[in-house]
Design a protein around this ligand. Structure first.
Ligand code: ZN
Ligand code: ZN
Ligand code: FE
Length: 750
């Protein structure tokens, strides 16, 4: 057997029927982590004397590199058992791994994936580890990061000056610090975490203060599944996600019987939970002193990428942490934790990173070698070749300089791992995203892709839908092809084209980008649009009356004179407007905050039998919300504003109003999609965009839309938010490139 650049080549000898069974067994009985993309066999004439009599793995040959790089895999059950077994030679060894688990993408410098090409190269296998590594019958046969206490990486606990605090039992010492309410920066698999006691409101407050992160939810790690269940509601799908080889963070509703501190996710009903995915995590959480749930938030300064190197972490995180738990296995590639949630029993991957990246996604057509640079926020990029798309790990918001550097380095690294030489580049239509600027500077044929079309095509690709589909993309803002900002769109979408059939009616963004972080501006824009300048002041709800009158007057004047007030059909901004009218939030400290808090508020008033509300509705009570103009449909935003203001005037409680807003928006969109499905004869509906992360909206649509004829799809394995945009871009840009350069789709020779 040999690992080559284009896959695994096995030479086997024996009677034909046994060889046939062998090939079948590769497909049917492969190890848990193996994935067979394709299999080809051919007969060789080998003299029986030349055939090897034992199983051997020959050194990897280098050739054209095509082999996928494996993602990092959470601790397996066998390693876990060894770790906790006092008689085992790996008892309490925090870098235990085997062929079924352990670091991969995070330690690979080059492919083929062999130990000398990883950050394990500096550790020489001891005799025991080497014999495991070379024994085909051993679970650690060719486990590249194989290690033990004698020969592998080790831990040290140091203070903020780099002074050693403990080297005999750093894990127990860390647990003691955490129990005392201190904050420890811990080097993990894809980067550093800041760790604190999740049961202590004081420890959480300290972390928030130091990190200057007042409200954004903090993820936690629970000791085990039972502990996760104690504090949160875990259904079957969530359990499968939590325990999957990727071990993502899963957003779960709190368990009211054992409330965790509110400070973990203020005003949000969900909390991000993960289970220990490295031996180090497990040993820490199993330490006697350790709290059973720990805050595990990315070890970075606000907006910057997570730290990976010891010296960098000591420099940057010293103001945030009281101690550092370090190790000496270098992190080659920074990879954040992945994030998932469950809606209507289906998994939704909101951030596809650790455990998933850079596994490819396969499509049914041939793409040229292309780079897609993604969106501006929640950036990922993607590379493609042939029928494989390689989405990057989560990169982050490119407006941060360090994150932009991480973006550039990661493109260079993944390109070199894949030996991929892009012939073309795709980017967003918006020329000012740093990702678009980067793309334009490459000097390659450039394909600019409309943002929401990319969102739709990502979901089409995941479900291998050739189109046409009806795509509802409800999102923040993205540049439309008419120069206005879009974000509440219904298209007929195909892989390379789209037609806009309907959208939300436009609201203005007073102050442009400022309106996206200050929902009170959106509330005024919505009031102004609905009631005019005088009426807006007359209908000013209590929540906005505390604003300084001069600021209100300025914004109303801006709207009156159409000064710095770009128009948008964004659904995200409509959520912001309603949230501010209800007094949920007038200023945000993180992206999506107002909409997430509005959703949490609505859930408080959601009746037990709420699903009944999403049975097919009578068209009559929906009519004021839908308008057909020049063959195009609009969902009328003003109706949501009057509905909200009228309810406030009647003294209805805000949770009730928030619930009615969600229900009305969902029912209106479902009704519109049914009309459009009827009109166009298209029976496949795709739901995408950041607003589809809203559980009420998405679950309502998944209930209301399907009929015996209509099928509904959303992003289950790829994000519906901007993290999925690069995938759509590779396809739209790649297919456009092939149609303009007919030979571009062909593989390079060799
Ligand atoms: Zn293992
Ligand atoms: Zn060893
Ligand atoms: Fe988007």
């Amino acid at each position: 057997m040999v690992n080559t650049g284009s896959g695994v080549v096995i030479t086997a000898t024996g009677p034909i029927d046994r060889l046939d069974r062998f090939v079948a067994a590769i497909v049917e009985e492969h190890p848990p982590l193996a994935e067979i993309a394709s299999i080809q066999s051919k007969r060789l004439a080998i003299a029986s004397t030349a055939a090897p009599s034992t199983f051997v793995i020959l050194p990897s040959s280098d050739g054209g590199v095509n082999t996928a790089i494996p993602p990092d895999i959470a601790l397996c059950d066998d390693c876990r058992r060894e770790l906790l077994q006092p008689s085992n030679r790996r008892f309490r060894y925090p870098f235990t791994n085997c062929t079924n688990c352990g670091p991969r993408f995070t330690i690979v410098r080059h492919i083929p994936y062999d130990r000398p090409q990883t950050s394990m190269a500096s550790f020489t296998l001891c005799a025991s580890c080497a014999s495991e590594y070379h024994d085909p019958a051993d679970r650690r046969f060719h486990a590249q990061p194989n290690a033990c206490p004698q020969c592998g990486p080790s831990l040290t606990l140091v203070g903020t000056e780099g002074d050693t605090l403990d080297s005999s039992d750093p894990i127990s010492a860390t647990a003691t610090l955490l129990a005392r309410g201190l904050i420890v920066a811990m080097r993990g698999l894809g980067g550093f975490h800041l760790v604190a006691n999740a049961l202590s409101a004081e420890a959480i407050a300290l972390l928030r203060r130091r990190k200057q992160r007042p409200d954004k939810p903090l993820a936690i790690m629970a000791r085990d599944l039972a502990t996760a269940r104690k504090y949160c509601l875990v259904d079957e799908t969530a359990e499968r996600l939590l325990c999957s080889p990727a071990h993502p963070i899963v957003l779960l509703e709190r368990n009211p019987r054992h409330p965790l501190p509110e400070e973990l996710s203020p005003d949000i009903s969900e909390i991000g939970v993960m289970l220990p995915y490295t031996p180090l995590h497990l040993l820490l959480l199993y330490s006697e002193q350790c709290p059973e749930v720990l805050v595990m938030t990315s070890g970075n300064n606000s907006g910057a990428p997570i730290c990976t190197a010891n010296d960098d972490a000591l420099r940057r995180l010293a103001p945030l942490a009281d101690a550092f738990l370090l190790h000496n296995r270098d992190i080659v590639t920074r990879v954040d934790d992945s994030v998932a949630k469950v809606v209507a029993g289906r998994p939704l991957l909101l951030r596809r990173s650790r455990g998933y990246a850079p596994a490819p996604l396969y499509v049914d057509f041939t793409l040229p070698e292309i780079l897609a640079c993604g969106a501006g926020l929640k950036n990922t990029f993607a590379l493609a070749r042939g029928n494989a798309i390689f989405p990057s790990q989560h990169i982050g918001d490119l407006d941060n300089l360090d994150t932009y550097e991480f973006f550039q380095e990661s493109i260079a690294h993944l390109r070199s791992l894949l030996e991929l030489e892009p012939q073309a580049v795709a980017c967003d239509l918006h020329p000012d995203y740093l990702s678009s600027r980067y793309a334009a500077e490459l000097g390659l044929p450039l394909h600019r892709v409309q943002h929401h079309h990319a969102h739709a095509v990502a979901v089409m690709a995941e479900h291998r839908l050739p189109g046409p589909v009806l795509a509802a993309v409800f999102d923040g803002t993205g540049l439309g092809d008419d120069g206005s900002l879009w974000g509440g769109e219904v298209f007929v979408a195909e892989l390379t084209s789209y037609r806009r059939l309907a959208h939300l009616s436009q609201l203005r963004l007073p102050g442009g980008d400022a309106a996206a972080v200050e929902p009170w501006r959106m509330a005024l824009a919505a009031l102004h649009r609905t009631y005019g300048a005088q009426g807006a002041l007359l209908h000013l709800p209590a929540a906005l009356r505390s604003l300084e009158p001069e600021r209100i007057d300025t914004v109303i004047a801006m709207l009156e004179h159409d000064f710095n007030c770009p128009a948008t059909s964004s659904c995200g901004r409509l959520f912001d407007a309603i949230a501010a009218l209800l007094g949920v939030r007038t200023r945000m400290s993180y992206e999506g905050q107002a909409a997430m808090e509005l959703e949490a508020l609505a859930k408080r008033a959601r009746p037990i039998d709420w699903r009944r509300d999403f049975l097919p509705n009578s068209p009559s009570w929906l009519s004021p919300f839908l308008e057909s103009r020049d063959g195009k449909w609009e969902i009328n935003c003003q109706q949501f504003v009057t509905m909200t203001i009228d309810a406030l005037d009647k003294g209805e409680p805000p949770p009730q109003i928030a619930w009615k807003f969600h229900r009305q928006l969902t029912a209106t969109l479902a009704h519109l999609l049914h009309i459009l499905a009827e009109d166009t004869g298209i029976t496949q509906i795709v739901l995408s965009g950041g607003c589809m992360q809203n559980s009420i909206l998405l679950e309502g649509l998944l209930l209301a839309l399907p009929t015996p004829e209509i099928q509904v799809f959303t992003g289950n394995r790829l994000p519906v938010n901007d993290g999925g945009v690069s995938i759509g871009q590779t396809i739209i840009g790649g297919l456009q490139h092939v149609s303009r350069h007919p030979h571009a789709g062909h593989q390079r020779p060799g």
